[in-house]
Design a protein around this ligand. Structure first.
Ligand code: ATP
Length: 537
């Protein structure tokens, strides 16, 4: 899997999808540039989202709000006080870590060890489990992976540990002392992981390394607004696009005469000073979000949460991804503003990870902005309730769908990337293929003259000039045809058209299909129809 992921990353660079930012200066950590094909793919993902959310829903409109916002916005939203990650530094190596991620990695590591348990280890483990059983009033066993001597329970006073327990993971010289809220009903570690809904790292200790204390680190970037001499103000680069929607709620509702339920969508950049950034474009410091806030009547929030949960998974699956690559991860412990939350997770080469969040945010954000701005954030609902009276004034409840465009891009690349062995008995052969949904492919059509003479290039140009009004096309006359096909396979172009001598006589071309590699002869006049059908969704 690691190998496959590395291949995707180098493929992305080799063909102009993603480059490291400022590469000639050795790059800037967790910042990336999209190249000529990456920009196309990214635009196509955006357009697929925008069409599905805005164009297909009469009651959803899209906006484009500024990255800079009044500093009070981030006070009201809770980001100034609470948008923190716990951070620790290793004084020896001078490396910085997210304390919660260290713990997660540890659990992952232990989990993979559990999978490799030999019978002998398993017996030892069961012995340990028995011991735990004896301690628990509930009689529930927790499958805490690791051996007796490697896991010790710190605080006996906390038994029975149905709700809370302190554990010390001792592994490879590093000790993380953690306090977790967990219900120890787990039958295996996968479940256990889901049950660890909240934890904080109290203090890291290590036999071999020297760690700083854990401290809270705010993830917002700030900068100075206005000329220094005038007394400048500190402003933030937005860490999410959602707040631009909340503060425009009334502007859009009034100017667009929107009736509840309705949604406001937006695609835009967000910035987070991530403590550690890893896994290519999975976690970046500058990234893009596609968010939609759906405003509903209080009391109808649960219903709409379920609606969007389902609708968003369908959006993902409409691209043809195998359903078992996706799963929901319902949050057990909720953020203070939410009354329901789920993640849509995709199975990346490094495991199931969040791509999109669906959150039922109650009236938290609008109420906060009402309080901090002193402006009423209410909606007058003149629909009639069960008693035949208008619902009247209220602060709407909100369901949010929030997807990371870059993560969706990575998911799309990983899912499409395939190295195919095409060897036959007499010949070794292979190809690299990007099996992108045609609607997402950077180029829809490649047009090739079979040779560079006899008027074939002119004919090919003529065909391309007609098609380019409808489709992004690429013209290629260099190299042998087979080689040209392979290059288009590698960048995901669903169709290649070859113009040969027969084309001059009867106005037909061969069309070659990327996935099946099949070729057929079709009339030039039918091309727009054939390609058009395939690239729509
Ligand atoms: P994570 O737990 O992975 O940090 P999050 O829960 O903080 O994500 P949200 O605040 O819910 O993420 O943001 C919504 C979406 O934005 C995420 O599902 C993800 O796809 C994307 N996203 C968040 N942070 C980043 C980042 N640093 N780089 C790229 N995409 C991101």
């Amino acid at each position: 899997n690691d190998e496959q992921f590395k291949n995707v990353i180098s493929h992305a660079k080799e063909y102009g999808f993603v480059f490291q930012s400022s590469e000639i200066y050795d790059g800037l950590s967790a910042v990336y540039d999209y190249g000529q094909l990456g920009a196309e793919l990214k635009n196509n993902i955006k357009s697929y989202w925008w069409k599905a959310m805005v164009q297909m829903h009469e009651n959803i409109v899209g906006i484009d709000s500024a990255i800079f916002m009044h500093p009070k916005v981030w006070k009201a939203s809770g980001h100034v006080d609470g948008f923190n990650d716990p951070m620790i530094d290793n004084k020896d190596s001078k490396k910085r870590y997210r304390a919660d991620q260290l713990l997660e990695n540890k659990i992952d590591e232990l989990y993979s060890e559990l999978a490799n348990f030999s019978t002998e280890n398993k017996a030892k483990f069961e012995e340990f489990q028995q011991e735990i059983l004896g301690l628990s009033d509930e009689g529930q066993a927790a499958w805490i992976p690791g051996f007796k001597e490697e896991v010790s329970i710190l605080d006996n006073a906390k038994y029975p540990f149905v709700d809370e327990a302190s554990w010390r993971f001792v592994k490879k010289g590093l000790v993380l002392e953690v306090e977790m809220n967990l219900a120890l009903k787990a039958e295996n570690l996968a479940q256990l992981k889901d049950l660890i809904v909240d934890y904080k790292v109290i203090c890291p200790i290590s036999k071999t390394s020297n760690w700083t204390d854990v401290r809270q680190f705010n993830l917002m970037f700030s900068t100075q607004f206005g000329a220094m001499a005038e007394g400048s103000d500190e402003v933030y680069l937005r860490p999410e696009t959602a707040q631009g929607i909340f503060v425009n709620f009334l502007n859009v509702q009034k100017s667009g005469r929107m009736k509840i339920p309705f949604g406001i969508a937006q695609i835009g950049k967000a910035f987070r000073n991530e403590v550690i950034a890893r896994q290519f474009i999975m976690r970046m410091r500058e990234f893009e979000q596609m968010e939609m806030q759906f405003f509903v009547r209080p009391g109808e929030d649960k219903k709409w949460f379920e609606y969007w949960k389902e609708a968003r998974l369908k959006w993902h699956q409409a691209l043809g991804t195998s359903p078992d690559k996706y799963r929901y991860h319902d949050h057990v412990k909720l953020a203070h503003y939410a009354n329901a939350a789920t993640d849509i997770e995709f199975e990346f080469p490094f495991g199931f990870k969040e791509v999109e969040g669906i959150h039922s945010r109650t009236d938290f954000d609008l109420t906060q902005h009402q309080e901090f701005s002193g402006k009423k954030m209410q909606y007058f609902d003149n629909d009639l309730n069960e008693e035949g009276k208008p619902y009247g004034n209220y602060v709407p409840y909100v369901i949010e769908t929030s997807i990371g465009l870059d993560r969706m891009f990575l998911l799309t690349m990983i899912n499409a990337f395939e190295e195919q062995d095409l060897s036959t008995e007499d010949k070794q052969d292979s190809r690299t293929l990007l099996r992108l949904h045609p609607a997402l492919a950077p180029y829809k059509v490649a047009v090739f003259p079979l040779t560079k003479k006899d008027g074939l290039p002119e004919k090919a140009r003529e065909i391309m000039d007609a098609l380019k009004f409808d489709f992004n096309c690429i013209y290629e006359e260099k190299d042998a045809i087979g080689k040209r096909y392979r290059r288009q396979d590698a960048i995901g172009t669903p169709f290649c058209l070859t113009v040969d001598h027969q084309s001059l006589e009867d106005n037909t071309v061969t069309i070659r299909h990327r996935d099946s590699m099949e070729q057929e002869r079709v009339a030039i006049a039918d091309l727009t129809n054939i390609i058009g059908k395939a690239v729509s969704w």
